[in-house]
Design a protein around this ligand. Structure first.
Ligand SMILES: Nc1ncnc2c1ncn2[C@@H]1O[C@H](COP(=O)(O)OP(=O)(O)OP(=O)(O)O)[C@@H](O)[C@H]1O
Ligand SMILES: [Mg+2]
Length: 413
């Protein structure tokens, strides 16, 4: 069958069975000898068929351990693992299917292709050791290389490939079995930023073409947001939240998720109006008469007079020239402290009264100079309001700008 026909087939399959879980993790626990803290602590999640599912979290949060338990490379201490309706691991019955029977392909962070072999031999190796027929191997290698965009490079010695091409050889080798589930552990970590971006797109296309379910591991939030159908954000061996990229970015369940997924601007204030549906108006400290509207991040209604943190993304902060007129209810007065032109936008650090400096992005067409007075306007839809205690203190570790929490900082790598 031609690769395209195969792709269409897979696409049709995917759209009809999209919501069925391909992989289910039920209360998985794993503790390594010599380390009393569990590496994976009661993780339950469903990975839907034909989707890219990402485990995202800082270094040491248990991503690789989770992936290796799915592959069977790490023993599960407690819990259950299912592929579709098939039980793969059930510790209550002492059952664990051996790794080679699980029908998964895996690409490790160090993708380790063999330098003394050609592209063709590298990709076909897993079939060769299983003594498949030569003609069969040749056909399947050609199909796998076609899928990853390396058709025609069969005879090329592996060292004579670029980093991105070597990465694709590793992908093709993982795809050669036509696995139902493909496990990718930080597969682009050795590539430069441009190639990573390209490979991200290609993995997504590959997934759409083949319909394979992908479990992807990364600590890079941009990679996760752009590649995934669904994401589980992990910290300390536990799942913090599961959702689509939009759900997580716009409705983070806690401060860890909020700050790990991107830059967050935090202001402090007092609740002026609060209604049961979760809409809140906040007067920002240092800006009497101001009103920033947003929605409560907690199920409980915030009380009038309560001290709160108001959180937003820098792209939702707008700047307008201060023409001298006072409009405290629709904006906060500020002064441009620094400006940095970064190509597609300018990033401003704005000094507000009684608040830490605030980060705002602005279109290159709109230029403010350092020392200029501005009005800071905040899009109401983009604001979440958090009780004062919810400030993410551990996120701020190591930051020189305490209120610009960034994933780079939390990744601690
Ligand atoms: N073989 C091992 N023996 C003992 N402890 C381990 C072992 N492998 C991992 N750990 C510990 O288990 C925890 C989870 O590790 P894991 O490799 O799953 O994290 P990770 O999220 O993949 O991190 P990274 O982003 O750095 O790859 C860490 O605290 C780690 O130190
Ligand atoms: Mg890892």
């Amino acid at each position: 069958m031609a690769a395209d026909d195969q792709g269409n087939d897979a696409l049709a399959r995917r759209t009809t069975v999209e919501s069925a879980p391909a992989v289910q993790l039920e209360h998985l626990i794993k503790t390594y000898p010599g380390n009393p803290v569990p590496a994976v602590n009661d993780v339950s999640l469903d990975i839907l068929e034909g989707q890219v599912f990402t485990l995202l979290g800082p270094s040491g949060c248990g991503k690789t351990t989770t992936l290796r338990m799915i592959a069977g490379l790490e023993a599960v201490d407690q819990g259950k693992l299912l592929f579709k309706d098939r039980v793969i691991v059930d510790t209550s019955r002492g059952y664990s299917m051996p790794p080679h029977s699980r029908d998964v392909g895996m690409v490790f962070q160090s993708y380790a292709i063999w330098p003394h072999m050609t592209v063709e031999d590298n990709v076909g190796f897993p079939l060769k050791v299983r003594r498949e027929k030569k003609a069969e191997i040749r056909e399947r290698v050609a199909r796998a290389l076609e899928l990853v965009g390396l058709a025609g490079l069969e005879k090329r010695p592996a060292p004579m490939l670029s980093g991105g091409q070597q990465q694709r050889v590793a992908l093709a080798r993982a795809l050669i079995y036509e696995p139902n589930v493909l496990l990718l552990d930080e597969p682009f970590s050795n590539l430069d930023a441009k190639l990573r971006e390209q490979m991200r797109l290609e993995v997504k296309l590959l997934q759409r073409k083949t319909g394979v379910t992908i479990v992807f591991v990364t600590h890079d939030q941009v990679e996760a947001l752009s590649l995934s159908d669904r994401i589980a954000v992990m910290d300390l061996g536990m799942v913090q939240q599961i959702g689509t990229p939009h759900e997580l970015y716009q409705n983070p369940a806690n401060a860890f998720v909020r700050d790990f997924l991107g830059k967050t601007v935090l202001l402090t204030g007092t609740v002026k109006i609060s209604n049961p549906s979760g809409q809140v108006a906040v007067e920002i400290d240092g800006a009497p008469g101001s009103a920033v509207f947003g929605r409560s991040s907690t199920a409980e209604e915030l009380g009038v007079g309560q001290a709160v943190n108001v959180a937003m993304r820098p792209e939702d902060v707008k700047l307008a020239a201060n023409d001298g007129r006072q409009e405290p209810s629709t904006g906060l007065p500020g002064v441009i402290e620094t400006q940095q032109f970064v190509g597609e936008r300018t990033e401003y650090r704005v000094r507000l009264s009684n608040q830490p400096p605030l980060l705002a992005y602005s279109d290159w067409r709109q230029a403010f100079h350092e020392g200029e007075g501005v009005w800071v306007k905040i899009e109401p839809d983009a604001v979440t309001v958090w009780p004062g205690w919810a400030t993410a203190t551990r996120i701020e570790e190591g930051l020189d700008e305490p209120l610009l929490a960034s994933a780079e900082a939390t990744a601690r790598v």
